[in-house]
Design a protein around this ligand. Structure first.
Ligand code: MTE
Ligand code: MO
Length: 332
């Protein structure tokens, strides 16, 4: 992220608050107890699913988009959920401005429908997908992921979507498809921040194909049981919980399969600061600050201790094998 976003001292203050209402907390405890007894039979799974939905309901202003509790390993963080108000009010979406409060304030001009995603490059079946086609492509799952921003804060959000692999399989990548590039919408009539030259638009991100195919890589259409609010990347975005937040591109319009490693917008803007991999790694400092700890948004009272940042954001059991033998200081 550019210097301005990180060292600004008048950044909006997050008020310390008790983020989880008691009822929600109770439900979560019940669910944990259920899991602890190993009682995950069909009936109970349905019960747990209902509890999960009750637990993660949004404020009810947007269209409902429920998802079944995910069975993907690592998909259900047991950490306390972030408040919906924080998840939708403290955002990075530079197409709407660089202040954390800008996306909530200005993303109303984004039109998430109708929406088309174009798939091109090294695939057997290139083409365009309409949003409604994508919504029906695979069953929706709810996944509670920890998301850590490279700026040193994190949140815990119940996303709704399905593995990106489901879409990738449908378009049949060929043997030259070594990487996948994701391109966000860049429309000046909808995105006032594009007038600002802070990044080279459109916002572009990239993954190695095996990272993109990993079951934890989520193509998200919703959060808190509803469709995505505009400021969170409506109508569809990526969520990769083991990578810094900026790898999770929002409002995607194009997916391109390529042979050569693509250059993302952040790497282009500051290659020393933002590498291609950008795995959460407490051992690799950002050139201007440590990555060893983080503050959980909603927990940050004046005297609240920061949390230690975990390797791969705590998802090492699931993803470390993707990087076996790689020097992760070199490939940061
Ligand atoms: N198109 C686009 N995608 C983006 C960004 C952005 O500015 N534009 N910011 C990234 C960063 S830095 C983070 S931390 C996450 C924030 O997601 P959230 O606002 O839903 O928490 O989105 C990522 N995806
Ligand atoms: Mo970020």
């Amino acid at each position: 992220m550019p210097r301005s976003a990180h060292i600004r001292s008048n950044a909006p203050r997050i008020l310390p608050s008790d983020i989880t209402p008691q009822a929600v907390y109770q439900e979560r405890r019940q669910w944990l107890q259920l899991m602890a007894t190993g009682a995950a039979g069909a009936g109970l799974a349905a019960w747990a699913g209902r509890e999960a939905m009750a637990q993660t309901a949004g404020p009810g202003k947007l269209a409902k988009l429920p998802g079944a509790r995910s069975a993907v390993a690592g998909a259900m963080s047991m950490d306390k959920l972030s408040r919906y108000a924080d998840a939708t009010g403290y955002n990075n979406f530079y197409e709407f401005g660089t202040e954390k409060s800008d996306p909530a304030q200005y993303a109303g001009s984004l039109r998430p429908r109708p929406w088309t995603v174009t798939v091109e490059g090294e695939v057997g079946k290139p083409g365009s997908f309409d949003l409604d086609q994508l919504l029906k492509l695979s069953p929706m799952e709810e996944r509670v992921y920890r998301l850590r921003c490279v700026e040193g804060w994190s949140m815990v959000i119940p996303w709704v979507g399905y593995s990106l692999a489901e879409l990738i399989k449908k378009v049949e990548p060929n043997s030259r498809a070594k990487y996948v590039e994701f391109i966000s919408l860049a429309d000046r009539s909808q995105m006032p921040g594009l007038r600002n030259g802070v990044l080279d638009w459109p916002y572009t991100e990239g993954l190695r194909i095996d990272e993109a195919m990993h079951p934890l890589s989520l193509l998200a259409f919703g959060m808190y049981g509803e469709v995505l609010p505009n400021q969170n990347g409506a109508p569809l975005r990526l969520i990769l919980p083991w990578k810094y937040g900026f790898k999770s591109a929002k409002s995607i319009v194009k997916i391109r399969f390529v042979e050569k490693q693509p250059v993302s917008s952040w790497t282009e803007s500051a290659p020393r600061e933002y590498g291609f991999y950008s795995n959460v790694n407490p051992l690799v400092d950002h050139p201007r600050w440590s990555q060893g700890s983080e503050r959980r948004i909603g927990e940050d009272g004046l005297f609240t201790k920061k949390r230690p940042t975990l390797m791969f954001n705590g998802y090492a059991d699931q993803v470390a094998s993707l990087y076996a033998g790689m020097d992760l200081k070199k490939f940061y």
